[in-house]
Design a protein around this ligand. Structure first.
Ligand code: HEM
Length: 155
């Protein structure tokens, strides 16, 4: 997949060395997520499928095999996240864990920049609740019904 004029020839998937890089990134990310009191309760106890879907999604997005869509169809990430209350705090926690996990993996600087810019943008697009003070949790205001696609632009 061509990731644009500002990147050298070849996909980011190839630049990091293929699928195993994303599998390790996702392993590290979920370790952090499950230690996070805000995010952990949203996820199932058995993370096997979650990790598999997340890794396959990133592999596909960054130019590797299309196993994600072969198995799951169109990503429709905003729709798939609609059941979960994602406000600014959840988004910031998610991005923080992903940033730390990318930094752990120590990729080339241009790879790190591309990944982090993408995660910041995509995670902002996943917000589906207005910010609610902790005291008001449970009385959230829905600001989107999640019916729009909300996919990050194809690369
Ligand atoms: C903004 C904060 C976010 C929160 C709180 C969040 C939370 C969740 C939860 C609870 C699930 C369902 C459980 C699971 O299957 O693992 C999920 C699934 C998923 N998330 Fe997120 N997510 C966020 C952002 C993102 C972003 C930015 C991406 C991609 C860049 C992403 C990619 C995915 C994928 C690929 C799945 C699996 C979808 C499927 O095929 O079923 N998420 N997320």
């Amino acid at each position: 997949m061509d990731n644009g004029d500002d990147e050298p020839a070849g996909s980011l998937y190839e630049a990091v060395g293929g699928a195993s890089w994303f599998v390790e990134l996702i392993d590290r990310f979920y370790d952090r997520v499950m230690a996070d009191p805000i995010l952990a309760p949203m996820f199932p106890a058995d993370l096997t499928e979650s990790k598999r879907n997340a890794a396959h999604f990133l592999i596909q997005y960054w130019g590797g095999p299309t196993t994600y869509s072969d198995e799951r169809g169109h990503p429709r990430l905003r729709m798939r996240h609609a059941p979960f209350a994602i406000g600014r705090s959840e988004r910031d926690a998610w991005v923080g864990h992903m940033r730390a996990s990318v930094e752990d993996m120590d990729p080339a600087p241009e790879v790190q920049t591309a990944l982090l810019e993408y995660f910041e943008m995509a995670a902002t697009a996943m917000i589906n609740r207005s910010e609610t003070p902790a005291s008001a949790r449970g009385s959230v205001i829905v600001i989107s019904d999640g019916s729009d696609d909300g996919e990050p632009p194809a690369r």
